[in-house]
Design a protein around this ligand. Structure first.
Ligand SMILES: Nc1nc2c(ncn2[C@@H]2O[C@H](COP(=O)(O)OP(=O)(O)OP(=O)(O)O)[C@@H](O)[C@H]2O)c(=O)[nH]1
Ligand SMILES: [Zn+2]
Length: 205
């Protein structure tokens, strides 16, 4: 059973002015160094806090790559939680669990015409290698029982609904860019992600 290892105060966000706490945990079976970032001490002060499980994406989160929407979703979450409070689980599941180098290999295959899921399979991986038991243990260690989940991914909703009382599930924005249109359309059509398809069609001027 995972337990809390440490709680460290710091300021986060683009301006570095949003107070938060980073929580580390003991003994993940996967050996990953996942963290929770807590806003407004939501784990201690709210009965059903906002929760987001964010899968690591170095290229999107840090370098704001145009190939995906991860950095935008992360910024949106931090901004929202700075006002409403919440628990951001930053899960070290780079490349949907296949790792950074393999994700970059998958990008190469996508440049040759495969979609994001086909590329994973061509490299010998499943379409999505993530599972969420570490995240469930993190929330249990934080003594969360009820929550509102922010995601567009039905698998994340199912994983938490099986373990917690899900008061609601809410969507993130749909961040379409020229370079990620194919990626988002494929996630919507093939991965059942709950995206705002209206954003896929450019508005007539
Ligand atoms: N293998 C692979 N991973 C990718 C690719 N693009 C982004 N990722 C990874 O996908 C993860 C983000 O997952 P998404 O499927 O975009 O969204 P989600 O986290 O499942 O769902 P939301 O909660 O709605 O954001 C991160 O770990 C990224 O590194 C890609 O083309 N191939
Ligand atoms: Zn990304």
């Amino acid at each position: 059973m995972t337990d809390i290892r440490s709680r460290v105060s710091l300021h986060v966000g683009k301006q570095g002015n949003i107070p938060a706490e980073i929580v580390t945990f003991k003994q993940f079976t996967t050996g990953n160094e996942h963290i929770a970032i807590i806003f407004k001490q939501a784990d201690q002060t709210q009965t059903a806090p906002l929760v987001r499980m964010h899968s690591e994406c170095l290229t999107g989160d840090v370098f704001h790559s145009s190939r995906c929407d991860c950095g935008d979703q992360l910024d949106e979450t931090i901004e929202r939680m700075s006002k409403e409070g919440g628990i951001l689980l930053y899960l070290r599941q780079e490349g949907r669990g296949i790792g950074l180098y393999n994700k970059l290999d998958a990008y190469e295959l996508q440049s040759q015409g495969m979609n994001t899921y086909q590329a994973n399979k061509a490299l010998g991986f499943g379409e999505d290698e993530r599972e969420y038991s570490d995240a469930v243990h993190m929330l249990k260690a934080l003594k969360v029982q009820r929550l509102t989940l922010i995601t567009n991914n039905p698998k994340k909703i199912a994983a938490l609904a099986a373990n917690f009382e899900l008061v609601a599930d809410e969507r993130t924005g749909t961040y379409v860019k020229q370079d990620n249109l194919c990626y988002l359309k494929t996630k919507s059509a093939h991965g059942d992600h709950l995206l705002n398809a209206e954003k896929f069609t450019p508005k007539a001027s």
